[in-house]
Design a protein around this ligand. Structure first.
Ligand code: MN
Length: 244
């Protein structure tokens, strides 16, 4: 089994090495990842300049760094490897829950895989000021990969693994609250500038990704690329059927 691994934290992140080590139990691993951090780049692609694909072995793994986004890395990686059976993205230093799935480069790499016909799984872990303990996280990562690597039912999965996870929960995306906020500040010359920040939220609704991780479980959310609002479409079709 060929497993392509990417991320948005950059090829030198400890998270991507931890994921490669866990994935190597399941197949042949190749790493293709951005040469610098590309967090919060979403599904951006680079279309106005050429991309470079440079060999950068990471410990025992065949690895390449790309001067582009996570989506670029997956597209280029799949093309130059002649395809893969699975794309894994992460392990991101920071959870990707709720509405952050819109901005996440980690998840975008998995989405890009699905767009190109390959299963995609994004993996993230909550992160504060302390470096994540990937050695302690490793058993939970292996448990999740054991469960998901050979499953064909879902094409796109968003996985969030807390340290010392107490089990796995299948969840839905939490969309009730948006946690992005603009905070004004001043630069050293007194000019106003702005920070886009993520603020803490109240407790999440049961059954959601945020709820699972807040309760110490690993969250697995199946996602889809089709964003069509089916109920809005069907009522609009009824309303405008005379125009069809
Ligand atoms: Mn990141």
């Amino acid at each position: 089994m060929r497993i392509l691994i990417s991320n948005d934290d950059g090829i030198y992140s400890p998270g991507i090495l931890a994921l490669a080590k866990a994935a190597a139990q399941f197949g042949e691993v190749r790493i293709v990842a951005p040469d610098i951090e590309q967090s919060s780049m979403g599904a951006a692609i680079t279309s106005s300049r050429p991309l470079l694909f440079r060999k950068t072995p990471i410990e025992k793994f065949e690895a390449y760094r790309v001067n582009g986004t996570p989506s670029d890395c997956v597209a280029l990686g799949l093309h130059l490897w002649g395809g893969a059976d699975l794309v894994l993205s992460g392990i991101n230093l920071g959870s990707n829950l709720g509405n952050s799935t819109w901005h996440s480069g980690t998840l975008a790499a998995a989405k890009q895989a699905v767009l190109l016909g390959t299963r995609g799984i994004a993996l993230s872990t909550p992160f504060d000021d302390n470096e994540p303990e990937f050695t302690a996280l490793e058993p939970s990562v292996t448990t999740v990969l054991d469960l998901l690597v050979h499953r064909q039912k879902e094409r796109l999965l968003n996985v969030n693994i807390p340290l010392h996870s107490t089990g796995v929960r299948w969840t839905r995306q939490s969309v009730r609250h948006y946690d992005g906020a603009i905070v004004p500040d001043k630069d050293p010359k007194g000019r106003e500038h702005f920070w886009f920040t993520v603020t803490p939220l109240e407790k999440a609704e049961p059954g959601t990704d945020r709820w699972a991780v807040e309760n110490g479980w690993t969250s697995i959310t199946p996602l889809r690329l089709d964003l069509t609002d089916e109920s809005a479409l069907s009522s609009a079709l009824q309303e405008f059927k005379h125009q069809n």
